[in-house]
Design a protein around this ligand. Structure first.
Ligand SMILES: NC(=O)c1ccc[n+]([C@@H]2O[C@H](COP(=O)([O-])OP(=O)(O)OC[C@H]3O[C@@H](n4cnc5c(N)ncnc54)[C@H](OP(=O)(O)O)[C@@H]3O)[C@@H](O)[C@H]2O)c1
Length: 346
């Protein structure tokens, strides 16, 4: 089999394609021929040595999402599962978990219980791109926040895979989705997607002739769009000082801000309006629902897969790269011009 190994932290050039013997599944295990590996911002951080809690020290195999087709089963596993199209459960894998972890590989051995049957509506190249966008959004908004119908949700990084999924989750829960994106071009591109479910898109930045970006006072547009009431929930992976300040200013009474990424530069935030608004600020990480126990994440996963069957949820793939071109895929993600999910296919 082929896999990508990182032998030292660094830029995209440290991602090396190597060959190894294909592993055999043990008792209660299955081996997948991987058909799809979702690329995530966390993979870039891991490669650079900024996410050691997940990667450990090199060498490791990057990647935290995968899906594929069961091609061999170990002892005590029903042989009728051979040929099943499956999504690898969100509890697995971890890049430092040896043959069970790090999904940048052509074949992977996992516990049988971690191979979740995929609906026909999910094509092979999307099997490895479900949990990070959809369980991150569903877990925070449906499971943790218990979002009510009619709620207005602000979604920064609207063009990201999580942002696009979050809009679909908000609509499925009966809310209004306002996306925030960095440029008019991206706003137009998002609006033209058949998979976009945003009710409104707000542009957050202006660019001068030298290419320098300055933030617009976009909280005013949010106030206008919500008739002065503000947003009930912000679901935010940017979390820069200036973003958070604008969010606090345009938050409704009783509003909640969930921070789930650190894409922006940290900076001072004026939190004082939160007192009068009786508002709250929370961190969110997908692992919270996984750690809550099997019953919680299993229910969420089946809710999500059910919505792929009836096409409430539809994934937009920005681009599919062969596994051997992983360095180019990382470069593209770092540039931040893509819209939706980048995927590797072995
Ligand atoms: N907490 C969790 O459990 C969890 C799970 C999954 C992902 N995440 C986090 O969610 C975020 C999005 O993940 P993704 O894989 O969907 O990423 P992605 O597709 O690469 O999204 C990046 C987008 O974020 C926006 N952005 C805004 N400010 C930015 C900045 N200062 N630098 C870079 N990008 C900026 C841009 O979109 P616009 O131009 O539209 O603004 C950019 O295209 C990442 O921070 C990731 O770590 C967290």
């Amino acid at each position: 089999m082929e896999l990508i190994q990182v032998n030292q932290f660094g830029g995209p050039e440290v991602l090396k394609l190597i060959s190894q013997p294909t592993p055999k599944p043990g008792p209660m295990e299955v081996r997948l021929r991987v058909t799809s590996i979702g690329l995530n911002h966390a993979d870039l951080m891991g490669r650079e040595g900024q996410y050691k809690a997940s990667t450990g020290e090199p060498p490791f195999v990057p990647g935290i999402e995968a899906g594929g087709i069961i091609e061999e089963v170990g002892g005590e596993v029903d042989a009728s599962r051979i040929g099943e199209r499956v999504v690898v459960a969100p509890t697995l894998p971890r890049p430092n978990a040896g043959p069970h972890g790090g999904t940048y590989r052509s074949h992977i051995v996992i516990d049988e219980s971690q191979a979740l049957l995929a609906p026909d509506a999910l094509p092979n190249e999307q099997l490895g791109a479900v949990w990070l966008p959809y369980l991150t959004a569903w877990g925070c908004l449906a499971w943790k926040d218990q979002l009510k119908p009619g709620a207005v949700v602000g979604i920064p990084a609207a063009s990201s895979s999580v942002g696009l999924a979050a809009a679909q989750v908000v609509k499925a829960l009966g809310g209004t989705a306002i996306g925030l994106t960095s440029s008019p071009n991206k706003a137009q591109a998002i609006q033209s997607l058949t998979t976009s479910r945003f009710d409104h898109i707000v542009v957050t930045h202006d660019k001068d002739e030298q290419g320098n970006r300055t933030m617009r006072p976009w909280h005013r547009e949010i106030k206008q769009l919500t008739d002065g009431k503000g947003v009930d929930v912000y679901f935010d992976p940017v979390a820069s000082g200036e973003y958070l300040s604008a969010e606090v200013r345009s938050l409704a009474k009783g509003g909640r801000i969930y921070i789930y990424g650190l894409l922006g530069d940290p900076g001072p935030v004026d939190l004082s309006p939160m007192i009068i608004k009786n508002a709250s600020l929370h961190g969110w990480v997908l692992d919270e629902i996984v750690q809550a126990g099997d019953a919680h994440w299993h229910k969420a996963c089946s809710e999500i897969l059910r919505r792929f069957i009836n096409r409430t949820f539809e994934q937009h793939l920005s681009r599919v790269y062969p596994l051997a071109e992983v360095q180019r895929a990382h470069e593209e993600m770092a540039q931040g011009r893509h819209i939706g999910k980048l995927v590797l296919v072995p």
